[in-house]
Design a protein around this ligand. Structure first.
Ligand SMILES: [Zn+2]
Length: 347
């Protein structure tokens, strides 16, 4: 089969003919139809760790975790899937048996074994073998590109806004980094939950996209300090929720300053793992909640699929490319040039 192979951290990805994998016990062979391209893959390509850094990456590796396709073969002990099933893919490798998996919080699995596309081969190839536990059924009318990006860029906002931030109408939500692949769906999910949405980003193009996808106010943080602008727009009260998708010292400080009483600050992305958390006395006396967020549960993935199937969230895919173009597209994502999500299609 054809695959894009990462031979060493930093890239490039080489298009090569490699052996088609065989499904082992508990695994399925999936014919890949689409694989999303976002910042996580940029970090994977660079070999930069994220999350629990104790798990080492191995090379060569086929990266890519936002996968949709068709089950074509199943190994022994696979019960819930059969050839012909259309699926997308849960990103984390979990045990299914620990106290966190048992209560539907698989993102915190005690026996977390890594990630699709890092510790096992991923989706930038014609075929991939995956644990049955990582597959999620998708409805017949859902396109593969939509299903692929739903697996992370839409499932993540479901977890961030409902499980971590507990957003309820008519609260206000500020999305810092609203024009990117996850941010643009964060805007849509906040609208689904009935919030008034403020979008912050650095380019007019990304902010226009955020406005088009439902943002009530857009703020260009190249032109104005977004915390000051948020205070002005809310009559000095601040917002109920900030979703911080950037995570550098400056944006973290401004994010905290943007929160009103009882506010929740959710850290999703980080460009600077060393940046200090901006905690102060005002934060404590205003009962602010600062929390991280890790991907989503399997239930939330299924819910994201349903939200897209019902048309309540529309995947924003601004660049669709062939497998051989994926490396160049990842480089333009790294340069922050691309609004929305990109996706490779595999025929
Ligand atoms: Zn577990």
């Amino acid at each position: 089969m054809q695959a894009l192979v990462l031979k060493e951290p930093g890239g490039p990805l080489h298009l090569e003919e490699v052996a088609r994998p065989q499904p082992g016990p508990g695994e399925a062979l999936v014919r890949v139809r689409a694989c999303g391209l976002g910042l996580t893959l940029v970090w994977n390509r660079r070999g930069r760790g994220f999350g629990q850094g104790v798990i080492r990456d191995k090379f060569p590796r086929i990266i890519g975790h936002e996968i949709a396709g068709d089950v074509v073969e199943v190994g022994p002990q696979v019960n819930a899937f059969k050839p012909g099933d259309r699926v997308n893919v849960y990103f984390y490798l979990t045990c299914g048996n620990c106290r966190w998996c048992n209560v539907g919080r698989e993102d915190l699995c005690d026996n977390h074994a890594g990630y699709v596309g890092r510790q096992i081969d991923g989706g930038l190839a014609e075929y991939v073998t995956l644990p049955e536990r990582n597959l999620c059924h998708i409805p017949p009318e859902m396109g593969y590109v939509d299903a692929a990006v739903t697996a992370d860029a839409i499932a993540t906002p479901v977890h961030v806004l409902r499980e971590r931030a507990r957003v309820r109408a008519p609260e206000t939500v500020l999305v810092v980094g609203a024009g990117g692949g996850v941010g643009i769906h964060m805007v849509q999910m906040a609208k689904v939950l009935g919030a008034r949405v403020f979008a912050v980003d650095l380019s007019a193009e990304k902010l226009a996209l955020a406005r088009e996808q439902g943002a009530d106010e857009v703020i260009n943080s190249r032109e104005v300090g977004f915390d000051e602008e948020v205070r002005r727009l809310t009559g000095g009260r601040g917002v109920d929720v900030v979703v911080e998708m950037v995570g550098i010292a400056d944006t973290m400080r401004a994010s905290l300053n943007s929160l009103g009483k009882g506010g929740r600050l959710v850290f999703v992305g980080s460009y600077d793992g060393e940046a200090a958390l901006p905690l102060n006395a005002r934060a404590l006396s205003n009962e602010l909640v600062l929390t991280g967020s890790r991907y989503c549960s399997r239930q939330e993935l299924a819910e994201a699929v349903e939200l897209v199937a019902q048309g309540r969230i529309r995947p924003v895919v601004t660049r669709i490319c062939a497998l051989e173009e994926a490396d160049a597209v990842l480089q333009s994502i790294e340069a922050m040039e691309l609004p929305g999500r990109a996706c490779a299609v595999v025929n």
